[in-house]
Design a protein around this ligand. Structure first.
Ligand SMILES: NC(=O)c1ccc[n+]([C@@H]2O[C@H](COP(=O)([O-])OP(=O)(O)OC[C@H]3O[C@@H](n4cnc5c(N)ncnc54)[C@H](OP(=O)(O)O)[C@@H]3O)[C@@H](O)[C@H]2O)c1
Length: 218
């Protein structure tokens, strides 16, 4: 069993914390407002959970989940995340985050950008095209016919392996959509995104093939 650091425990991060605890892991959760704001969630999660600063959560984790919208002005604890696999659930939502010119113009994907912000970590795009409540609703044990599938993208095979294992444990099949430069195939609006309510490994593979990159001239 692992200790998982989770930075950002809003809708998605808190649900991932619940899933991790349900599967026997320890979680150390953090946000930007401080551990004193996380008492209710720690109480709900029970003795396998504790709250810390985001940096301390990063330091404590065998691996770390970031479930925080990406900002161009990097607000993640780079040093504490060094050397670790970092799962990033972020989707780029221009209406929420502002327009990232290098991303919308197709120079890089949003997760290549996150990898550049965390150059000493092994970033994986994970859990991005499933809605938080469905983490439990769609989960099935391995071998169940029609099991729901999720993608992972990373430039680091070690990170792909870790995420695939976690998906299997949480109840999902994996389709490897590496490297990070290919991760636009699961962006909001792409076929895999629209099929988030249910897609098997075969269907997800086909949805990735059908994706078309949207590039905007800035
Ligand atoms: N919601 C979903 O179903 C879902 C599904 C897949 C992917 N995603 C993606 O996952 C990301 C998180 O989504 P969400 O819906 O969970 O958002 P959310 O409910 O707004 O939660 C984001 C959390 O990040 C924390 N945070 C913000 N800045 C931080 C910082 N600098 N350091 C540490 N923590 C920080 C916030 O807490 P404080 O303000 O207290 O710091 C907040 O709890 C987004 O990029 C979203 O697009 C969401």
């Amino acid at each position: 069993m692992a200790t998982i650091g989770i930075i950002g425990v809003g809708e998605m991060g808190s649900q991932l914390a619940r899933a991790a605890v349900r599967h026997g892991h320890q979680v150390v959760i953090g946000n930007s407002r401080g551990p004193q704001t996380l008492g209710a969630l720690v109480d709900e999660l029970g003795p396998q959970a504790s709250a810390a600063t985001a940096a301390a959560a990063a330091e404590a984790g065998n691996f770390v989940i970031i479930s925080v919208p990406l900002k161009l002005d990097n607000d993640m604890p780079v040093e504490e995340l060094a050397g670790k696999v970092v799962l990033d659930t972020n989707n780029h939502m221009p209406w929420r985050d502002g327009i990232f010119e290098s991303v919308v113009s197709g120079q890089q994907t949003v997760h290549e950008l996150r990898q550049k912000q965390l150059p000493t970590s092994k970033v994986a795009k994970a859990f991005t095209h499933i809605q938080a409540p469905r983490l439990f609703q769609l989960a099935r044990s391995a071998g169940t016919p029609g099991r729901h599938a999720l993608t992972v993208s990373s430039d680091h095979p070690e990170a792909v392996e870790l995420v695939s294992g976690l998906y299997d444990e949480f109840g999902f099949d994996t389709v490897d959509n590496s490297p990070l430069s290919e991760s636009w195939r699961t962006e909001p609006g792409q076929p895999a995104w629209h099929a988030h309510l249910h897609q098997t490994r075969e269907e997800l593979t086909e949805h990735l093939r059908l994706a078309r990159r949207r590039v905007h001239r800035i």
